[in-house]
Design a protein around this ligand. Sequence first.
Ligand code: IPM
Ligand code: MN
Length: 352
Amino acid sequence: MYKIAVIPGDGTGPEVVAEGLKVLKAISEKFNFKYQLVHYDLSGERYLKTGEILPDPVLEELKKMDVIYLGAIGHPDVKPGILEKGILLRTRFELDQYINLRPVRLYPGVETPLKDKGPEDIDFIVVRENTEGAYLGAGGFHKKGTPDEIAVQEAIHTRKGVERCIRYAFQYCRKRNKKKKVTLCGKTNVLTYAFDLWERTFKEVAKEFEDIETDYAHVDAICMWMVKNPEWFDVIVTDNMFGDIITDLAAMIQGGLGIAAGGNINPEGVSMFEPMGGSAPKYTGKGVVSPLAAIAACQMMLENLGEEKAAKRVEEAIMKVVRIDVKSLTAGKMGYSTSGVGDLVVKYILGK
Ligand code: IPM
Ligand code: MN
């Protein structure tokens, strides 16, 4: 019996999570496993009503779950940073979800903005460090609001944090067993302390993995290569900030936020899975956004629970839907409603 925390969140989060849960129900019946859902109302809506963001007792409960399934956090009436730091980043940090895993795969039938690139060219994964760097929130203001104002925002990289992230990337690459290549993405030509640490650690860890080829790219260059030669990549490992930026670019080349999912992983603890898109306030309640990213997040969650066969089946169903049914992943252009797409995934899972 798996204990799954569900945080639908804001905007279109609840709509897409509902489809993910519909898929979860169907797949659990097909593969004979049981689970218990515990819903948590953590959202901008709740914050505006009660002032509560992420109460400590809830955080303690989350620590006892098997996994967490998240929709989207973000509200147009809440100042940027409050919910992001208070819910999403706090959970990542307190549960020590030190890996942010973002698969980038173009499925046949999905449109990519890259001319002359197809599914055989776009198949890699980004391993983003998820608990350190500029995201730690170290820094502050001095003389705020005056002409002499100073703002300091430090990026903190620890040997331990960098090493565990890099080792995870190599292990993942070995298990993935595709091109068997790990590319470090950094900025060794300017950030000569932080990425010196990353590069030295990368070279040391690489010695444990002689079967795996290594490569390096500066973050600016990788943005260029990802567009020009995405087929070069297999596993990309990078820090928190760069990982945030390059995975939005990567999501676009795999067909957009309607299909891109990610996992906040603590390999020794509780992980959290989410579609990459935000709360999309302008589409809320219209039933027009793609639930496939949330369903892909559910697929990653199943893998994490050890339900590999069920996960595979969900992926195959997603692949059928994008190949056969939906016209586009753009909101309002799918040819089906949000729940209609969820129904199609369920149909293929059941083998109809
Ligand atoms: C992401 C998001 C978050 C991040 C925001 C919402 C804090 O952009 O998951 O990539 O920057 O990590
Ligand atoms: Mn992001």
